[in-house]
Design a protein around this ligand. Structure first.
Ligand SMILES: Cc1ncc(C[n+]2csc(CCOP(=O)(O)OP(=O)(O)O)c2C)c(N)n1
Ligand SMILES: [Mg+2]
Length: 336
């Protein structure tokens, strides 16, 4: 009996235009995020991680494409779904995992956890848990850059669930009014927890808002990291060269539930399978095979290397001591 395999989507222009080395780099970086989070999932079920854990699996191409569009010194301000950005920016996976474990070797000494990754030297200016409330903060970063004329661009990520929140409007209004060098990127992964966007927003196209903020806009379905890089770069350049903000809506999808406690039953298997068949990471893998003749064995070896790296990160986290009790007062007040 013939087994029907579903038609694979065609490779995108972004993937076709990329070189072998660019594809190999982007594939490995996306895989690092995915394997990191898979390890985190296992650690969570073993009781090693407490609190919330929101996975980025399915959206990795955005963090990687963004990193490629940035320059040293540019800033990312993210939501609580922030692991992918930290890893893409070059934060050590061991320090990231230790942060999830709440240990002293973590990015912020174990007091922030999953939702508050922060590494100033790497341009990772924080994950924020109160939705929409980081938008004015990003506008503040951009205001500082404009005031100091330092040429730095801020890229602020928010979820589709954040577009109706008051501070989102406050931050975007000021960014438009003052012409701030900032790019607001809405990662529209179709759900805010279990609520589809159609139940919280009267319009489908979030970028319709841009006009009211006096901003340029862009909107597209995320297919691969190079498309994200190219389209974001237009907005990043506009921010840097003309000091003008942009509102971008990226249509994407998370393959897991909202957080570890959500089995994601509000969506159908067909919907999930449809998005999985166009998984940007898998498409990048296919481009390496189909356009550059890379063997399955070679890609398997890349995967094994990444798995080893992330296993070492998990071991580092597990061996890292608990923070000293005094650590909870650190970074609360300015110290002399
Ligand atoms: C001001 C505020 N209200 C409610 C919550 C609870 N909450 C946490 S995540 C979330 C959903 C956000 O969804 P979305 O912005 O689409 O981001 P996603 O989780 O899909 O990345 C809500 C309502 C919160 N953290 N902050
Ligand atoms: Mg969402």
């Amino acid at each position: 009996m013939d087994v029907q395999t579903p038609d694979l989507p065609p490779l995108t222009e972004g993937l076709k235009a990329a070189t072998h080395d660019e594809l190999a780099h982007a594939f490995k970086e996306m895989l690092r995020i995915r394997r990191f989070e898979e390890n985190a999932t296992r650690a969570y079920t073993r009781g090693k991680i407490s609190g919330f854990l929101h996975l980025y699996i399915g959206q990795e191409a955005i963090a990687i494409g963004t990193n490629l569009a940035m320059r040293e010194g540019d800033r990312i301000v993210a939501t609580y779904r922030d692991h992918g950005f930290a890893l893409a920016q070059g934060c050590e996976p061991g320090a990231c995992m230790a942060e999830l474990f709440g240990r002293s070797g973590g990015l912020v000494g174990g007091v922030g956890g999953s939702m508050h990754f922060f590494d100033r030297d790497k341009g990772m200016w924080g994950g924020y848990a109160i939705i929409g409330n980081h938008v004015p903060l990003a506008a503040g970063h951009a205001f500082a850059a404009k005031y100091l004329s330092d040429g730095k661009v801020t890229i602020c990520f928010l979820g589709d669930g954040a577009v109706g929140i008051g501070p989102t409007h406050e931050g975007m209004t000021l960014a438009g009014l003052w012409g701030l060098p900032v790019v607001f990127v809405v990662e529209n992964n179709r759900y805010s927890m279990g609520t589809p966007l159609g139940r919280t927003l009267p319009v489908e196209d979030i970028t319709l808002r841009a006009r009211g903020y006096g901003m340029e806009s862009d909107r597209f379905e995320v297919t691969d990291p190079f498309q994200v890089k190219d389209r974001l770069k237009v907005a990043v350049d506009r921010a840097r060269e003309e000091s003008k903000p942009t509102l971008i809506e990226l249509l994407t999808y998370r393959f897991r539930g909202h957080s570890m406690s959500d089995p994601g039953k509000y969506r159908t298997k067909a919907e999930l399978d449809g998005f999985r068949s166009r998984d940007p990471m898998e498409m990048t893998r296919r481009a390496l095979i189909e356009l550059h003749g890379v063997s399955e064995d070679a890609l398997e070896a890349v995967d094994e290397g990444v798995i080893e790296e992330m296993d070492a990160a998990t071991e580092f986290a597990d061996a890292s001591p608990q923070p000293e009790p005094e650590h909870r007062f650190k970074n609360v007040y300015v110290e002399d």
